[in-house]
Design a protein around this ligand. Sequence first.
Ligand SMILES: *Cc1c(COP(=O)(O)O)cnc(C)c1O
Length: 357
Amino acid sequence: MPRPIRAEINLRALKHNLHRVAALAGDAQLWAVIKANAYGHGIENVLPALGSASGLALLDFDEAVRARESGWTRPILLLEGFFHPADLKLIERYQLTTAVHSEWQLNALETYRPAVPFPVYLKINTGMNRLGFPVEQALRICQLAQRSKAIGDITLMSHFSRADEKEGVSEPEAAIRHIADETGLPLCIANSAATLWHHETRNGWVRPGIILYGASPSGVFNDISNLGVQPVMSLKSEVIAVQPLRPGSSVGYGGRYIATGEERIGIVACGYADGYPRQAASGTPVSINGRLTQTRGTVSMDMIAIDLTAFPQAGIGTGVELWGEHLPVDTVAGHAGTIGYELLSAVTPRVPRIIVD
Ligand SMILES: *Cc1c(COP(=O)(O)O)cnc(C)c1O
């Protein structure tokens, strides 16, 4: 038998979430963001549930090729564009839509002279200050692109730094909308947070990621609990040993958890080498059949300890959910000082992904 850890990928939940988000997006078309191996879920695993998306967005060529080889024929958007002029061969061969965020990329397109002009997403920097042309240069860049024989359809793209805040998009949204009005170009600006919370950004195309997987763009599950989205990944394992603890005895590296009374500890086959965060403090919730208990002590590479004192029936072989259906990944992430995005995408390759539908 294999080690009992697994990440169950619930395709019914993913389809359901996609429908919920598409309904919110109204007339806008939807790029399903599947970067980082579909936020850890596995690109090949999730594709069968994404049939109603208009396109896929990601950033590694390797992932784009995998999506094509899995039979995806609709558009694929490269969110970071291309990294070297030589990449244009792949873009042409696999019919990818590329972001263009720097002038060297425009020059590279011009030099390449494709047989069929490339569709591009011109990325405008509206305040995130990572990628994109400055707002002040945007009209000149749009003109350059519109005149280029190497470039076909053009869409304006920008990414918000504070879309999870109430007033977080008003300035950048106004800036990019002005450019769209001046140039007549369509827009693609909404990530999950903007799609959920900023109605005015849902036009042209939206590009939600995390919400499709049932986790919160703000990192706080309560912010999405009324939406009816469902967690797609459930990280599960089993108790592989039971340790009675005497008052004063400890469990795990550093002896950092010390029992105050007689306690029953379960050892679960899941550790940081599986992607469970070592930063998760002693007391992080875990679920047994929907009932919560807590971790005890330091997360090891391959194991964690949990409190079974109130679970007399639990023993070797008892199933434990680390996050998922009964316990939002956002909640576990909060105990580790991070967000669900990081936990989902950090599940390591040694954890088998098992599809449930
Ligand atoms: C990751 C990413 C998204 C999706 O973001 P979520 O917060 O997961 O919805 C959208 N656009 C760009 C450019 C991204 O890098």
